[in-house]
Each structure stands twice: as structure tokens, then as C-alpha cells.
Design a protein around this ligand. Sequence first.
Ligand code: NAD
Ligand code: IPM
Ligand code: MN
Length: 344
Amino acid sequence: TRPHRIALIPGDGIGVPVTEAAVAVAEKALGGRLETVRFPWSCDHYLETGAMMPADGIETLRGFDAILLGAVGWPAKVPDAVSLHGLLLPIRKEFAQYANMRPHRLLPGVEGPLRKAEFGILCIRENTEGEYSGAGGRVHRGTPGEVAVETAIFTRLGVERILRFGFEQARRRSGRLASVTKSNAQRHSMVFWDEVTRELAAEYPDVAVTPYHVDAICARMVMAPETLDVVVASNLFGDILTDLGAAIQGGLGFAASANINPGREAPSMFEPVHGSAPDIADLGIANPIAAIWSAAMMLEHLGEAEAAARVMAAVGAVTARGIGTVPGQDRTDAITAAVLAALD
Ligand code: NAD
Ligand code: IPM
Ligand code: MN
């Protein structure tokens, strides 16, 4: 069988060491059947060339089987709104990676801040529109009458396809789906979201769907996470809920993410939930597990379920021994070496 062709975008800060770790693990799990092409697109690249990626960047990526990304953003060098709208967000949008899957559960040996350890949440975040549409503007800059508008755009196509994806995932798992809204305050977008949810619910009589307001589900994720299974949310709500999900699973160093194009018309992209972590970027202590878990999700997507399972078993064997479970305690290289050794 031919090797899988992966576009590697390490990006900024800890994105570089954690993707290196993830590639090493994925390569070993596949017995070398992985071909990677590295793209240096980052904030430094922006300072050198004036762009986060070349004008034909999207077309270049289109030919790959998948994309593995580290993190983008270094606010001291380039404003975040410039770097993220110049690289990460256009990839998600152009490749219609509309389903962002973010699993939250405790790995063996990881305690997390909650007393409750038994939970397994799959957050499904709408990844291409909503609050991230980029539509808006500012007028009367610098005057007392200044106004800034950020328009959240929700299309029937976009809302229906992410909710359908949520129903399908719920059907495959527990049959329970939590739909996140704020329809008490947002009387257009979220009322629409609730209506489409009810329409689809009629097609999925085997799925029990419960709407939760986003504020209420935040509290529930901390107080009673075991009552949740598949959680579907809009772009911004999903972004916020998945850092909370990361926190209850022990920290951002454990939270993985898959940006999926379900129709496979374009490559999907795999990346940890976390960012470039400028505060620890030079210390060699970034936890690579989130990136390695993301690479396992990539292997699964590429049809390599057996290799993906071996990676997750290796990660679990390592954390069960207390390696990589306490932030800052073990070095990136040591955690990676332990996972590689556990693959044998
Ligand atoms: P962040 O996720 O980079 O860091 C938040 C905190 O978590 C920091 O204290 C950091 O040290 C810690 N942390 C994160 N990942 C860790 C890991 N693997 N191991 C140990 N500790 C870890 O969030 P931020 O500080 O808000 O953002 C920094 C930059 O990254 C910004 O430019 C932001 O826009 C960008 N960002 C990019 C992505 C992405 O590319 N997908 C995601 C989030 C943030
Ligand atoms: C994430 C990140 C991005 C997002 C930022 C960096 C634009 O926080 O992947 O969760 O909000 O989607
Ligand atoms: Mn985020």
C-alpha cells in the first residue's frame, strides 16, 4: 500500500515540538508508511514574506491526504486576528472542514480537577461559519460614536449539516445528543438552530436530543460531566466549551482535535486544541499528548484504525505510569520517547 501523504504545518511556539513528536509516533505506528512535506507557514514566515501562507497555499494543500498542524499565533510579533485569519481559519473554511471533533475524557493515570472521573464527552463544533464568519466592520474610528459590528452568520446548509453530523455521532454512541444554544438571548441565530434541531429530531427517533443553554452546560460539564455524551455547538460556543473540556480532562496538553470534511472532497486537518503557548515555548516542557492523540485521529481518518488504536494504547500505557500526567513535570522529549518505546 502506498504511503499516506501528509502536509505538516508546525506553525508557531510549541506547535513545532509537539508536531515533531506526533509525526514520529505516527510514522512508527505505520511502520514508516507516512510521507510528510513540511510547510514553514507561521508568524516568522509572515514577517519575512508579508503573508502567513503563499497565495496558492490552499491549492498546494489540496493534494494531500491530510494536514497535521501544530499551532498558529504569536501575538507579540503579529496580531492574532491577522495570523489566524491568514492561515488556520481559511484552511478550515476553504476545505469545508465543518465538523470539528474534540473528545474529552481522562487518560489512565490522569486525575483532572474534578472528583468525578467517569465521563466521555465528544464535542462537535461547527467549524466554518457562525460567530467566525468574519463579517462586520467598524465606523467612526477613534470617536465617541465608534461602533464595531461582528455579524454571526448561520446558514441552513451550515446548521443542518453540523446538526446532522451530531445526530449521526450520537446514534453511533449512546444515543444522547446535547445541543448547545443561547436562544433565550439570541433570538435569530439560536432560535433558528433550535428549529433545525427539532426538524432533524423527527428523522432520528432513536436519538434523545436535549437543548442546553451554553451557560448552563458550562456548569454541567463541571458538576455532572457524566450526564453528557455527544455535544454539538456553534463555532464560538464550541471553542469555549472545548477549552473547558480540556480543563476537566487534565489540561490543554491532553485535548485533541480533528477538523473533518465528512464528504472527503478535501483534506481534513488534525491539530491539538491548544495554541502556541508563548509562556512555555522555550522551556521544552510542552505536553505532546494532545498532538499525538490528534495524530491518532488522523490515522483513524486515513483508514488506519489499527495503528490509531496502538497509538492510543501506547499513550495510555505511558500516562498510566504517571509520565506526562502533571503539567511541567516531564519534558516533551521524555514523554515522546516513552510513547515511542511503548509502541514496541
Ligand atoms: P494556549 O493554548 O497557547 O495556552 C494557554 C495555556 O495553556 C498556557 O498557559 C500554556 O502554557 C498552556 N498550554 C497550552 N498547551 C500546552 C501543552 N501542550 N502543554 C503544556 N501547557 C500547555 O492559549 P493562548 O495563550 O490563548 O494562545 C497563544 C497563541 O496561540 C495565540 O496566538 C492564540 O491565538 C494561538 N492559538 C492558536 C490555536 C491554534 O492554532 N489552533 C489554538 C489556540 C490558540
Ligand atoms: C482553537 C483556537 C482557534 C479557534 C483560534 C486560534 C482562532 O482557539 O482551535 O480552538 O478559536 O478556533
Ligand atoms: Mn480554542
